[in-house]
Design a protein around this ligand. Structure first.
Ligand SMILES: Cc1cc2nc3c(=O)[nH]c(=O)nc-3n(C[C@H](O)[C@H](O)[C@H](O)COP(=O)(O)O)c2cc1C
Length: 207
């Protein structure tokens, strides 16, 4: 077996054992099934302390990716940098959960200043393969996927594109184990497969 893969799951739900967790876990499990030398870890937004951006125009303007707020953001960001691939899942909460919004806002802010200050090195998450997951109670969760897509593209990550609707990720409505229409569990397993292939391609390209 070749190089070990490390995958990070980010569960944006404020419920630890709900539909979002199940789909993120399913993607990670499927990666372990097809590439046993895979280490996986999940961070749960519900367990983290992440504040919104304070708009201090201070630390992150001077030094890229250094935020003045002392909370859990930096630790998650370090894990994201270390990971060979990332899976991000979110439920529809009218829009998306506010803590996940704060998380994305802070990282997008840091990347904005990275560009504004003219730093020439590649973005720390450049080309990192990532899988996107969205769930909802009854409405179409597609807008959640669009938000996640916008976020990962701003950070120059590489989203996995699926062959089935909704294409830009995996979606489920209601109890994802019973969603016969969008088949989220089946698609989550396919996503795991595609994610491993993408990561192995990256390893090959980078030597
Ligand atoms: C605050 C809040 C707002 C929600 N808003 C919507 C909504 O606008 N449309 C919808 O279809 N479901 C909505 N839901 C339902 C969740 O998207 C759904 O229960 C989802 O499965 C929750 O994810 P989880 O199982 O990972 O906790 C909302 C749930 C919460 C807690």
């Amino acid at each position: 077996m070749g190089r070990k893969i490390y995958l990070l799951g980010i569960v944006g739900s404020m419920r630890k054992n709900g539909n979002t967790s199940l789909l993120v876990e399913t993607v990670l499990k499927s990666t372990r099934d097809i590439y046993p030398d895979t280490g996986t870890e999940i961070v749960y937004m519900s367990e983290l302390n992440i504040e919104p951006c304070h708009v201090c125009f201070d630390e992150c303007c001077r030094e890229p990716y250094k935020c003045i707020i002392e909370d859990d953001l930096e630790e998650v960001f370090e894990k994201m940098k270390k990971a060979d691939g990332i899976v991000i899942g979110s439920p529809l909460y009218f829009k998306i959960p506010s803590r996940l919004t704060a998380f994305m806002e802070r990282l997008v802010c840091l990347s904005y200043f990275y560009k504004r200050r003219g730093f020439k090195e590649p973005y720390p998450l450049n080309d990192k393969p990532c899988g996107l997951i969205a769930v909802s109670g009854s409405d179409n969760p597609y807008p959640v996927l669009e938000t996640l897509l916008d976020f990962v593209l701003r950070l120059r990550m590489k989203p996995i594109i699926m062959k089935n609707y909704p294409y830009i990720g995996v979606a489920g409505i209601g109890d994802v184990r019973k969603d016969e229409k969008l088949k989220p569990l089946e698609n989550a397993r396919i996503m795991g497969n595609l994610l491993v292939n993408e990561i192995l391609k990256t390893f090959k390209n980078n030597g």
